[in-house]
Design a protein around this ligand. Structure first.
Ligand code: URA
Length: 257
């Protein structure tokens, strides 16, 4: 949340009522800011201003949460799907409103970060920060040297050049190859389109690292809070420092779902 937010947004974040219902409370004169009756359009800083509804203090939890999910195939990366498909939020049983840091395709599996630290999320996704994302792509094998060379030089796609920072064959076995591809941006279907363009159509795609944070052995469909070094890595990648209100897996050992 920014320093000064609309009063109804702060009230909604504190779980008082929906934004709309909070506006009704404000209009009815039931809300005060630092002892003065609030008006529609007022902004408050929840860390500084005292907001009361009918004389009861409104407490806003400004804790920042950072977690990783191992997204299975078939689950969409949005918080709500109008078509009713399972979303990543169905897998994260937390009260807090968290948002995925970017998206993975419905059929892509692996590391998805979720946070309510909007500033960090925006920076991590902005192409200018060139945050590394590592993917493992299962493709038909063997992969020719020429194919790797074309990838390293960059592949012209409809929306511009796609160029991995690094690419290598991690494994090759029985007509299949596992390519490790490191990208520094996240255009829609970029890895699939890029590999298809060099004759290596993706059969399975998984993200295994983002901004130096690794998926490790987290099981599919499970999530966990990031620890302090992981949160620090993300902030370093985004050029920011870890906020004092960050909750880490070291400060809370709550079991994951
Ligand atoms: N590139 C893709 O093609 N798909 C993803 O889900 C992520 C990167």
């Amino acid at each position: 949340m920014t320093m000064a937010d609309r009063l109804q947004k702060v009230m909604a974040a504190a779980g008082i009522a929906s934004r709309r219902a909070s506006e009704v409370l404000i209009s009815a004169g039931r809300v005060t800011i630092n002892g003065r009756v609030a008006e529609l359009g007022d902004r408050v800083d929840p860390d500084v201003d005292v907001v009361e509804v009918d004389g009861d203090r409104v407490i806003v939890d400004t804790t920042l949460h950072y977690l990783m999910l191992n997204k299975p195939r078939g689950v969409v990366s949005t918080t709500h799907d109008p078509e009713g498909r399972p979303t990543v939020m169905d897998l994260v049983n937390l009260e807090e409103r968290l948002y995925p840091v970017g998206r993975l395709d419905q059929d892509t599996e692996g590391l998805l970060l979720l946070t309510n630290d909007g500033e960090l999320a925006n920076r991590l996704l902005h192409p200018s920060f060139e945050v590394e994302r590592t993917y493992l792509a299962l493709v038909p094998g063997p992969v020719r040297r020429e194919t790797l060379r074309r990838l390293t030089e960059g592949v012209e796609l409809d929306d511009g050049l796609a160029r991995p920072r690094r690419v290598r064959v991690a494994e090759e076995h029985r007509g299949k190859a596992l390519l490790e591809v490191v990208m520094t941006e996240g255009r829609k279907h970029e890895v699939r389109r890029m590999l298809a363009a060099v004759g290596a159509p993706v059969e399975r795609l998984a993200r295994v690292a983002f901004g130096g944070v690794e998926l490790g052995d987290l099981r599919q469909g499970k999530w966990r809070f990031l620890d302090r070094p992981e949160i620090a890595k993300l902030h370093a990648a985004a050029g920011t420092s870890v906020p004092a209100t960050a909750r880490t897996s070291d400060t809370d050992t709550e079991a994951t779902s």
